[in-house]
Design a protein around this ligand. Structure first.
Ligand code: GLY
Length: 291
């Protein structure tokens, strides 16, 4: 087993088909997000802080279907979901169907050490206001710049210098979906999971399929004995039973990174104390994963 790097981080910008003119924007956006996380991790900050920081960068970038670039539902309104999990004590903070939060991931982080795991809609927005989180006009979140084909989400997994692991997700959901529909992203065991004793995972793809297969839970269970890439292959095999595209990012307790996807593309950037940041939009481009 190679020695664990001091820290490592991987981010994704969603499992989807990325039209040629948008590919560079996806790479750049993921690189900026991973750089934000890497700066904190190199300074000795926590995995939770790094994950929040990376996801905030992706939420602020209209290239991605989360925060500022969210797609409208069937009523033409944006509803966002996000979650963050701390592998130290299995704390989870999550929000769903929120319409006025500039950074849903930061409100999820505020919830990490509160009693409720998940707050939805007006309840989450009232909690955000009470805790001084950034509120915005719903129109600010609606994507007007790029057309999102298929489904996507953003996510991040990090391990810090102390070996603590965190995972996060944020999404604008599926274009044209039912009002009030919630996908996998805010649900631990479906869209994300983190456990310092095992690893951390963050998923993208068709939420209904990821929920029905509890894919993040399956992936974490496989990481108890498999290397990341083998665990991912097993999880994607489970997904075949219900169909649907997905993209998965993983860091295990040894700091090994893995990722893969069944979608045409999956924008990803990775970095660690031992390797500089690199970005990809297809798994075939990355020869360096530690599987
Ligand atoms: N994976 C995002 C969603 O289905 O909402």
């Amino acid at each position: 087993m190679p020695e664990r790097p001091d820290w490592a981080v991987i981010v994704h910008g969603g499992a989807r088909t990325i039209p040629e003119p948008l590919r560079e924007r996806h790479r750049q956006g993921c690189l900026e997000a991973v750089a934000a996380a890497a700066t904190l991790l190199a300074a000795g900050r926590s995995a939770v802080a790094a994950v929040e920081s990376a996801v905030r960068v992706l939420e602020a970038d209209p290239t991605f279907n989360a925060g500022r670039g969210s797609v409208p539902n069937a009523a033409g309104e944006v509803e966002c979901d996000a979650a963050i999990m701390d592998g130290r004590d299995l704390a989870v903070g999550a929000v769903a169907a929120v319409r006025t939060l500039r950074h849903p991931i930061s409100v999820a982080r505020l919830l990490l050490y509160e009693r409720p795991v998940l707050l939805v809609a007006e309840g989450a927005e009232a909690f955000a206001r009470a805790h001084g989180a950034e509120i915005c006009d719903p129109d600010h979140l609606r994507n007007t710049e790029t057309q999102h084909a298929g489904c996507d989400t953003v996510g991040c997994v990090a391990i810090d210098a102390r070996g603590n692991i965190a995972a996060g997700t944020s999404t604008g959901g599926l274009s044209g979906c039912a009002v009030g529909r919630v996908g996998d992203s805010p649900l631990p065991g479906c869209g994300l999971y983190a456990d310092d004793a095992v690893g951390g995972v963050s998923l993208s793809g068709e939420g209904e399929s990821l929920i029905r297969t509890t894919l993040a839970a399956r992936l974490i269970q496989a990481l108890e004995h498999d290397a990341p890439q083998a665990a991912i292959a097993g999880a994607l095999g489970r997904l075949e039973r219900v169909g649907g595209e997905a993209g998965l990012i993983v860091i295990d307790r040894h700091g090994r990174i893995g990722w893969d996807h069944t979608s045409d593309h999956f924008a990803v950037a990775r970095a660690s104390a031992a390797e500089p940041a690199r970005a990809f939009i297809h798994r075939d481009e990355d020869k360096g994963s530690d599987a």
